[in-house]
Design a protein around this ligand. Structure first.
Ligand code: ADP
Ligand code: MG
Length: 752
């Protein structure tokens, strides 16, 4: 024995020095092991919050320059004039600005503010702000605080570093921020002081929209104008502003920051570009609505507290389907306000997560193999006098009005399905749409059996002499009472009627909801325009003809557009086939979906309702293409660098260890099975091959025109990245655990 062991000792020495080298380079284990140790010994040291000291209702809105604050601090006439703008969309009287600015400043200073910031929403989907101090030197060595009406109304950030898609050349970098009265100013707290934040629109010096907010406001106006025509036909002439309403449900993941900082992919791309499927994923279905872990609940309580202060009506919080996934949803608000609030929710989630030693991931697909994150945008329209216009109601008369609004949405979604698909098209959302847990890329409407039945009956009732007509003529006889709550749910539909609103589920978790809302508002405005024009022509002011005209209109719409209605399983293969025969679009990727923004019909739609000029639209198309390219290129570069600088070296170390151990063993047992060694070696070779392919594909992307580049990144670069990942993920399954450099899925998803 000892004789056979003799030669081995040489290698033994190597193995020992390997092990000690490993120790040396890693200190107390690899960065990954250190991360695990740090996570498992986490102790919360944030000060505890106590809602019994200041109740949630007292906190609510305490940092908002709300109507209540305005009423208390502004002269009556000024207050009234502002409210008229906020509530009824009346033009803002610039004469009130000085008074409002001064009151706002005093209020903000009483809350500890030293600066004010115009907050705006550039086309990157992010939130931007430029801070200015209230302090102005008085020329005698002292300083006074100042905030004028013109400073409130207009700011001029250096816009040159925000994408304009060609609207504004750098030499004319001027971009203006303009006070949006309809979204209240608020105080943003920091441990070292507070800032008065003023939501603004961001436009070029020629008045073209450079932001996400401007078109939201314009589209709301368009929707109001057309909705008023319908309401007038039904005898409602009070003119109360019809606003679109939005309630976005935000899904997100939380991972410990120690893992986060050990994953360059999470840090820089927001999603894991590598990672083998864990033995335990979400298959137990034990996470959804499960008990919320203590650290996470503490985080949620603080998030809620901060959002309450900002007057954001957060209502629900719960675990989502995937491990480590959660959801937060506010009550719905007017679309513009909901959009601003949604941005604040995302910022707050990220900021507070840090305090609790975690990172909040809002990417649509941070982890392959478990559910992705969406942002269901619940959408409706309503006014102070009419309430929710998509509430079915229970009298036939209300039903008729409801059915017109509902049919208008159905028609709009059918005609503009390509546009709706394009406004949820991002590199991140591509991993979600069409995968097996998110809505498919085919846009369809889930109406629910009851409402579908109502429309089916209307369809039949269109036949003039049929018996059906006498029983079904809308608003005259006994239209079947509509369900108050459609009740039945369908999780696979990208666009579902849920009792009194539509839920646009294809929206991605990381997106601003502005784009989807602009699209919704505008296509429904167009559809209401169509309906109103037809009804006005048929009735010619004679109200007694209305119900007949409505019946004709509904029958026509449902005959033409019911192809968009689908109540079945959106994931099934049969649906994909059937959608094809129905002529519905199935645009699987951003590369397929974005070009809708370049279509003539879409251009005409947006210019007809003064929501986006052709130039504004094409600038957006350009920017979204660019963003797609930037995202995929960054991901590809990260894939390369992680494969080369962390995965490959780990595999080589392991290979070296295997090789020396193997030759040791062979010294006393020539039959020793070399299979593991060969397996690792062959996978490493595949990894190298895949890396070179990806390098080539990425290189080829360089000089391409934007449009072909998008296609190339989608068709060549992404698949090449995936091949690299597949090799690496296989290696993860066989390389010694203590050598593996990256935190693994099970660690990130389950260790809290
Ligand atoms: P679920 O998860 O069952 O879809 P949630 O309660 O999580 O439902 O979210 C429902 C969202 O729909 C909330 O934000 C809610 O305020 C919103 N909502 C309700 N009514 C309307 C409406 N009329 N317009 C827009 N959103 C609405
Ligand atoms: Mg939900």
């Amino acid at each position: 024995m000892s004789a056979t062991l003799e030669p081995k000792s040489k290698f033994n020495g190597d193995a020992a020095s390997n092990a000690s080298k490993r120790k040396q380079t890693n200190g107390f284990g690899s960065p990954r092991q250190q991360a695990i140790a740090a996570v498992t010994s986490y102790q919360n040291n944030t000060p505890t919050l106590d809602f019994s000291e200041v109740s949630a209702s007292e906190l609510y809105g305490s940092n908002v320059f709300s109507k209540k604050v305005m009423k208390a601090r502004l002269p009556k006439v000024v207050y009234k004039s502002l409210i008229a703008t906020i509530e009824s969309g009346k033009k803002l009287d610039p004469a009130v600005a000085d008074v409002v600015a001064s009151a706002m400043k005093d209020w903000a200073i009483s809350k500890g503010a030293t600066h004010y910031a115009h907050v705006f929403y550039p086309l990157t989907g992010a939130t931007a702000e430029k801070h200015d101090s209230f302090i102005t030197p008085d020329g005698e060595g002292n300083a006074i605080t100042e905030f004028s009406g013109s400073q409130l109304i207009q700011g001029e950030p250096d816009g040159s570093s925000f994408p304009s898609g060609g609207i504004r050349a750098t030499f004319e970098a001027r971009g203006y921020t303009i006070w949006d009265v309809t979204s209240p100013a608020y105080i943003l707290e920091n441990p070292n002081g507070t800032t008065l934040c003023i939501p603004t629109a961001f436009v070029s010096w020629t008045g073209e929209a450079l932001d996400k907010k401007t078109p939201v406001l314009r589209s709301m106006q368009a929707l109001n104008t057309q909705a008023q025509r319908i309401l007038k036909l039904f005898g409602h002439t009070d003119g109360a502003f019809v606003a679109s309403t939005a309630g976005p449900e935000q899904e997100y993941f939380l991972v410990d920051r120690n893992f986060y900082f050990n994953r360059p992919d999470l840090l820089f791309a927001g999603r894991t570009l590598f990672g083998a499927k864990p033995p335990k994923g979400q298959q137990f279905e034990d996470h959804y609505f499960g008990a919320i872990p203590e650290r996470v609940l503490a985080f949620m309580l603080e998030v809620d507290r901060e959002l309450f202060k900002l007057g954001i009506p957060v209502k629900t919080r719960h675990n989502e389907v995937a491990p480590g996934q959660y959801e937060i949803a506010p009550l719905f608000e007017s679309a513009n306000l909901a959009t601003d609030h949604q941005q604040l929710i995302m910022i707050t989630l990220k900021r507070i997560a840090e305090k609790y030693g975690m990172a909040c991931l809002t990417h649509e697909k941070p982890f392959a193999g478990v559910n992705g994150s969406g942002k269901h945008v619940n959408w409706s329209m309503g006014s102070s006098s009419q309430g929710n216009l998509l509430y079915p109601g229970d009298t036939p008369h209300d039903n008729a009005q409801f059915l017109v609004f509902c049919a208008a949405v159905i028609r709009a979604v059918h005609i503009y399905q390509g546009l709706l698909r394009s406004v949820v098209a991002t590199a991140g959302n591509d991993h979600r749409l069409g995968a097996n847990e998110a809505p498919p890329a085919i846009i369809s409407i889930f109406l629910g059996d009851l409402l579908t039945d109502v429309f089916e009956q209307i369809k039949k009732g269109g036949a003039k002499s049929s018996l059906a007509k006498s029983t079904l003529t809308v608003g005259v006889d006994v239209l079947p009472p509509l369900p108050k709550d459609a009740g039945d749910r369908n999780r696979t539909s990208p666009f579902a009627f849920t009792g009194n609103r539509f839920e646009f589920r294809a929206v991605g978790a990381n997106q601003s909801i502005a784009g989807p809302l602009v699209a919704m508002n505008t296509i429904v405005a167009e559809s209401l325009d169509f309906c109103a024009t037809q009804l006005e022509a048929a009735t010619k002011g004679d109200a007694s003809k209305l119900h007949g005209a409505v019946q004709t209109l509904l029958t026509e719409i449902i005959n033409k557009h019911s192809a968009i209605i689908f109540n079945g399983n959106g994931y099934s293969e049969e649906w994909h086939a059937e959608a094809g025969t129905r002529g519905l679009l199935n645009r699987k990727t951003t590369a397929d979906a974005l070009p809708a923004l370049g279509e003539k019909a879409v251009e005409e739609l947006f210019s007809k309702y003064s929501v986006l000029s052709p130039r504004e639209l094409s600038s957006r198309y350009h920017i979204y293409q660019e963003q797609y390219c930037l995202t995929v290129e960054v991901e590809a570069k990260l894939t390369l660098s992680m494969a080369k600088t962390s995965i490959f070296p780990a595999c080589m170390r392991y290979l070296n260890e295997l090789a020396s151990t193997y030759s040791n063993l062979r010294a006393f047992d020539t039959q020793f099975d070399a299979e593991p060694l060969e397996e690792v070696a062959s996978l490493v070779k595949s990894l190298q091959g895949a890396v070179s392919k990806l390098e080539e594909a990425l290189h080829e992307a360089e000089d391409k025109e934007l449009e072909t580049k998008v296609k190339h990144l989608c068709d060549a670069v992404l698949p090449a990245m995936l091949t690299v990942r597949q090799c690496a993920d296989e290696l993860e399954g066989i390389v010694a655990d203590d050598l593996w450099p990256l935190p693994k899925y099970q660690e990130m998803l389950f260790i809290k």
